[in-house]
Design a protein around this ligand. Structure first.
Ligand SMILES: Nc1nc2c(ncn2[C@@H]2O[C@H](COP(=O)(O)OP(=O)(O)OP(=O)(O)O)[C@@H](O)[C@H]2O)c(=O)[nH]1
Length: 427
């Protein structure tokens, strides 16, 4: 089954903590389910997006058996892909560092997670320093991505305008042709152009207007959250307060990727019980004391005595290491709807052999405004010839152009022969 194939790209300067973050969210310890993505490239990982699973509402938590990801006490963890985009430094759009090659990686991303070293102990190029102002990173990174897109557009602008006039295209059509290489549907272009409400026609736009267009395009195409990492280090507090004030709390998440890696490793090794993404951990006191007295946890390279103190501090101050919250916040930017295809709308099973049976086997994150018919195609790519109708809870029939929403997101599809095709073994 085609599933929540969304991609979060972790961007940021060298040493900000991108790979640590990816390790922290993907090296899951508790019974993490598998994921539907067939190939995971070296700099990719799989994180899990938490959402309320309907099994709780229907009193079926004990029967909930996700095919992918997992469900814990009615919280469903849906797999989403993550990408570590290394090599972004100031000047990348001009070819510095690893240059355009890595900016190119962004083309496939749905949402960006800008990992910032909030401690101010690394400079813009990731070299060790003291007292660096991390808000500078937020500015230059946005500027690099802007320049990359603007330069690509502006160097061809005269030709674009000539073609626009010759083909009598609308501004939306012309821009869509230019932005489609960034994986942009025409609806996205239409949305930001509508918001901009530019009075002049495209052929009269000057350089400043094209900059504005690129800015609006960036906001729409690459929603970005700021992840202030390394909050366990001493100078982070001051920087965090400053950045929150400037960018607003809804765009910022505080994390300690190292703290999360540490807690997960300790959990995996059986020294503590830790529930990922929470402040709930308890220690098997004596063992842990021994480890901490020795000063170095032999299980975790480079994780020293002080890490325990820091992790405690982070959990005490902020409630969690923040990494799970960051994944959730990133996916929330896309306003996805979790949808549950089932074969049987009365008992929510998928009609599989009893060995695998269970309820709510599949959860697919769909984009806003996805219609029932489009959802049917996601679930069953070959449904076109057999599509009959769709039903939701209570046997309510759904029109094929109805939008999938949180009030009708448990759906079964009937074929023209009337059989249920909620999910099937070819998924
Ligand atoms: N104290 C602290 N250190 C961290 C944290 N996250 C990462 N680090 C450390 O920061 C250093 C760089 O981390 P990486 O995860 O390699 O950074 P990166 O952004 O992937 O770096 P590049 O691969 O060079 O792009 C490592 O020594 C990590 O242990 C954190 O939350 N707290």
């Amino acid at each position: 089954m085609s599933t929540s194939d969304f991609l979060i790209a972790c961007v940021g300067k060298p040493s900000a903590g991108k790979s640590s973050f990816l390790n922290a969210v993907t090296d899951a310890t508790a019974k993490v389910g598998n994921y539907p993505f067939t190939t995971i490239k070296p700099n990719h990982g799989v994180a899990y997006y938490p959402t309320a699973c309907p099994c709780k509402r229907f009193g079926k938590t004990d029967q909930c058996r996700p095919r992918y990801g997992r469900c814990m006490d009615g919280t469903r963890y849906v797999p989403v892909r993550m990408l570590d985009v290394a090599g972004l430094v100031p000047g990348a759009s001009e070819g510095l560092g690893l240059g355009n090659q890595f900016l190119d990686d962004l083309r496939t991303a749905d949402v960006l997670m800008h990992v910032v070293d909030a401690s101010g102990t690394t400079d813009a190029n990731g070299k060790a320093t003291k007292g660096y102002d991390p808000s500078r990173d937020i500015e230059w990174l946005r500027q690099e991505i802007h320049s990359w897109i603007f330069n690509n557009l502006w160097k061809r602008w005269p030709g674009i305008v000539r073609r626009h006039l010759a083909t009598k295209s609308t501004s939306i059509e012309t821009l869509h042709a230019q932005f489609s290489g960034y994986g942009t549907p025409q609806t996205v272009v239409a949305r930001f152009m509508d918001r901009m409400a530019l009075a002049e026609p495209l052929d009269a736009w000057d350089e400043a207007t094209v900059h504005q267009v690129v800015d609006h395009f960036l906001d729409e195409r690459f929603p970005t959250i700021i992840v202030l990492n390394k909050i366990d280090l001493p100078d982070a507090d001051l920087n965090v307060a400053k950045i929150m004030k400037k960018y607003g709390e809804d765009k910022v998440v505080l994390t300690s990727a190292l703290g999360e890696c540490f807690l997960r490793k300790m959990h995996k090794a059986g020294y503590i019980r830790y529930r990922e993404g929470t402040d709930e951990y308890d220690t098997k006191d004596e063992l842990v004391c021994i480890i901490f007295r020795v000063g170095l946890c032999s299980l975790c390279d480079g994780v020293h005595l002080t890490d325990h103190t820091r992790v405690d501090l982070v959990l005490y101050r902020y409630g969690s290491t923040g990494v799970q919250e960051a994944v959730q916040h990133a996916v929330d930017q896309l306003h996805v709807i979790p949808a549950y295809p089932v074969r049987n709308i009365n008992n929510f099973t998928s009609g599989e052999p009893s060995r695998q049976s269970g309820v709510f086997r599949d959860c697919i994150l769909v984009r806003p405004n996805t219609t029932v018919r489009q959802f049917a195609r996601l679930v069953h790519p070959d449904i076109e010839r057999h599509y009959g109708h769709a039903e939701t809870v209570g046997g309510l029939q759904l029109g094929e152009s109805d939008t999938v929403s949180t009030s009708n997101n448990i759906i079964t599809f009937k074929t023209v022969q009337g059989t249920g095709t909620g999910t099937n073994a070819t998924n």
